[in-house]
Design a protein around this ligand. Sequence first.
Ligand code: NI
Length: 172
Amino acid sequence: MAILPILTAPDPRLKAKAARVATVDDRIRTLMADMLETMYKAPGIGLAAPQVGVGERVIVMDTGKTEEDRNPLRMANPEIVWASDEDNTYEEGCLSVPEHYGNVVRPKEVKVRYLDQDGAAREIHADGLLATVVQHEMDHLDGILFIDHLSSLKRNMILRKLLKTKREAEAE
Ligand code: NI
């Protein structure tokens, strides 16, 4: 397994639509394992392949609070097949938008169909934090960041600060 570098906004690779996975093979399984290791190290509770520069529809998540209750989820080609009418607001963050947070409104519950690490079709009913995380990670596959759900004023402020941080890092 390997720790992969995580891209930070603004980056055109974070804005691109990811391609469907044709087959869940060893390459995809290795990607899922590397993404989980990278996510745990960060630390984070979700990671999408475009965040590590891979334009394919793969996401990993784990909302366990401690190492003991780790419960990794690995998904290829996730699709929302049902969403609740009721919404929920969470203050979201993102490993690609470091040190910035914002309230995002999303459906409170979703049913997601996906392929697991063995290529088997599965479905989960996500509620609470997991519902937010899975929708946030799926957004990444369509080039959408949580800041795209904020007002343009707030989004542009965050992007300006991130760009400034990047330029300062490059100048060093
Ligand atoms: Ni994110």
